[in-house]
Design a protein around this ligand. Structure first.
Ligand SMILES: [Cu+2]
Length: 189
């Protein structure tokens, strides 16, 4: 019987990983109460685009691990997160930024999702997606410290950046082929 409660607490923790998890302590009444708790906490604390950022970071980690299937799954998470975004509640300035990148994010995520057998192609779309996600993070914040990393060898020598939640370089453009190529360009608080 306790297991059910623990199970939902774990799901809640994963879901609100960017937020303070203080509400977990009082979750004793089962699923509904736990879910309601998350709904009450999330809008105040989290950025409305946090689902996109979380999906992007999973995508980035999958590409760094040469995991095209994981990349496809994560890009689908981005698409799902976008469906849940309430634009009516956005401040005007943020709404403008969101509108400027939303179609592009959707298109890139769709291509990454559809090319599970072509990781190079996924990485091309990931490069474009990274620019959009960077704009979103600058406009909305993310509630966590993130890093803008740059690899001068990516994108056929033109160089490309990505956003990471960790200080260590794990290159999503090359994966195991050149895992540590790149440097932190900016710390985004
Ligand atoms: Cu494509």
């Amino acid at each position: 019987m306790k297991r059910i409660i623990f199970g939902s607490a774990i799901i809640l923790t994963a879901f609100t990983a960017c937020n303070n998890s203080a509400s977990n302590n009082s979750a004793t009444a089962g699923d509904t109460a736990v879910v309601n708790g998350a709904e009450q906490v999330a809008p105040a604390a989290a950025s409305p685009v946090s689902g996109i950022i979380t999906g992007y970071l999973h995508l980035k980690n999958a590409l760094a691990a040469d995991d095209a299937k994981g990349a496809a799954t994560a890009s689908n998470d981005i698409l799902s997160a976008m469906k849940g975004i309430d634009m009516a509640g956005m401040e005007e300035q943020k709404h403008k930024v969101y509108m400027a990148v939303a179609d592009d994010i959707k298109e890139n995520a769709e291509h990454i999702n559809a090319n599970v057998d072509k990781i190079d192609h996924q990485r091309e779309h990931f490069e474009m997606l990274s620019k959009d996600v960077y704009d979103l993070i600058k406009a909305f914040g993310s509630g966590q410290t993130l890093y803008k990393d740059f690899c001068p060898m990516a994108a056929e020598g033109k160089g490309a950046f990505w956003i990471s939640e960790m200080k260590d370089i794990k290159n999503p453009y090359f994966g195991s082929q050149m895992q540590e190529c790149g440097e932190v360009q900016e710390e985004i608080k």
